[in-house]
Design a protein around this ligand. Structure first.
Ligand SMILES: [Zn+2]
Ligand SMILES: [Zn+2]
Ligand SMILES: [Zn+2]
Length: 276
């Protein structure tokens, strides 16, 4: 499998427009990996995770071949993960001759996507499947086995995260979640051992505040990693990646890399591709 990080920031991006905090000023000055668009990922060029307002920008920047993408997992309805207004791009007068795009979302995102499909009469272009925490399903062509997990995040956005399996390889994409709800560990254990785990790290190194609910930082990532290892959900070969960063965490890309490396964690950046 391959994961491509199209965007790696929280809602406001890094540097955040209008913000003149130290992290934003330094990220702007350095450029490169310090510059982050909002979080979205692509698995094997085929399975999209989230559909935010940076989707068009990502499509151009990474030359995304939409002919290969049949499925899109939505984590929750915060606008840095789902931009309903942009779904109209799939509709008939705006794009032509493309394949069906199958969305999967928990209730709030499901309602928003359903409404757009109806309003823009896109029933032959897109559909959406309602998922609940604990649900396991196959994507449209039977390519991926997906497990839906409850996220510790803003409740009215019906937040979930996903475990994804293809050909015996497993990926856990755990963003916009604090320390996992207890119920998730048994589900993950039953799903199988993970090759790559991508953890929410909105709070960066977690200096001053450990970020336990809603989002995580390095401090709480280490707690979750310890528990995953103890349960046999991961092992010494598992690749760990920290992702979904905010300037409010307090560190730039260059400041995080050495600290994260001490714990064997890769710091995600826009455009990062990992094969596993
Ligand atoms: Zn987010
Ligand atoms: Zn800032
Ligand atoms: Zn969120």
């Amino acid at each position: 499998m391959e994961i491509e990080y199209l965007g790696t920031a929280a809602y406001e991006g890094v540097p955040a427009p209008y913000c003149k905090c130290r992290v934003c000023r330094e990220s702007f000055r350095v450029g490169g990996r310090a510059m982050r668009s909002r979080s979205q990922a692509l698995v094997d060029g085929e399975l999209l995770i989230d559909f935010n307002g940076d989707t068009v920008c990502h499509s151009l920047r990474y030359r995304i071949d939409w002919d290969k993408i049949g499925d899109c997992l939505i984590t929750h309805s915060h606008s840095d993960h789902l931009c309903p207004a942009d779904l109209e791009i799939l509709s008939d007068p705006i794009s032509h001759e493309h394949r069906m795009l199958h969305f999967y979302s928990a209730q709030d995102g499901y309602d928003k996507i359903s409404r757009e499909i109806e309003v823009h009469r896109m029933q032959n272009r897109a559909d959406v499947t309602l998922v609940h925490p604990g649900d396991e399903f196959m994507t449209s062509e039977g390519t991926y086995r997906v497990l839906t997990l409850r996220a510790n995040h803003t409740a009215n956005t019906t937040p979930v995260f996903y475990a994804i399996e293809r050909g015996g390889k497993r990926l856990l994409y755990a963003h916009d979640t604090g320390v996992f709800p207890e119920e998730d560990y048994a589900l993950l254990k039953a799903f199988g051992r993970f090759d790559l785990v991508s953890l929410d790290c909105t709070g960066c190194l977690g200096i001053g505040w450990d970020w336990r609910d809603g989002h995580m930082s390095l401090k709480t990532n280490l707690e979750v990693m310890e528990r995953l290892k103890r349960e046999g959900i991961t092992d010494e070969k598992t690749v760990f990646v920290a992702n979904h960063f905010s300037h409010n965490g307090g560190q730039t890309y260059d400041e995080m890399v050495p600290e994260m490396a001490k714990h064997g964690i890769i710091v995600a950046y826009d455009g990062l591709k990992i094969q596993f």
